[in-house]
Design a protein around this ligand. Sequence first.
Ligand code: ATP
Length: 274
Amino acid sequence: GSERKGKLAAPAPLSFEQIGGQERAKQELVEALDFLVHEEKISKFGIRPLKGILLTGPPGTGKTLLAKAAATYTDSIYVAASGSEFVEMYVGVGASRIRDLFKEARQKAAKAGKGSAVVFIDEIDVIGGKRDGGQHKEYDQTLNQLLTEMDGIHTAEKPRILLMGATNRKEILDSALLRPGRFDRHIVVDLPDKKGRDHILRIHARNKPLHEEVSLEKIAEESFGFSGAQLESVMNESAIYAMREESESISQRHLSMAIDKVMMGEQTDRESTK
Ligand code: ATP
């Protein structure tokens, strides 16, 4: 998402209930998190502890939301950064930022009296791209530091760290990141289907006055291929249209106009990046 992440982000509690569609991703994530929650049981069976969960899929589908909900579900502190924040001109700066991120998570958890911390790194491909044998020393050091931090995560350690990464380019990730004991859970977060779109629209309509003739199901049908972020924009734009016309509520027409606007916006974005 476009919101400000990293050190300034306030840890807003967010639950799975606020995430539309993505039923399978949510279920897989909860299953993985239950391993963390019941770690004593897991270790009795000698099962390898969970260290990293990788969320993959197109932009705006709810990966950040899932990471936040994971923190809420496990009663953890949430700390986030984007891969691009670690790209620096000077060798070693990225690596020390990684170290600081994990340190920040441990300190915040200790201060809040929490037993665990979720560290979320969006666009992890920016630092975790395939190493190419010395061409990019800076990237290598950053990635190596991330690997070191992951290897340093221990079950018995408190606060317990869970690393979550997100990418829409899984295929370029260095295989070292995907090895067992690192990001060994992969969860696909795809574009929503019609039912998912309907659910997402309903979530973002919660605080808005909809006219009683409005059919969000119809809007879900007309918005094939839209991401969650785009559907949120549709609801928001429709409210702006309604307000401009000084209507009492949002009508089906306002929603259709908003769909066109969001679709057009996408096209002009693509045109301008050509
Ligand atoms: P990116 O890869 O661009 O960071 P992302 O997958 O992390 O994208 P989010 O940041 O989670 O996407 O989503 C951006 C915004 O879009 C959310 O804050 C929310 O308003 C809306 N959104 C996206 N997916 C969903 C969803 N499944 N349910 C409800 N809202 C959603």
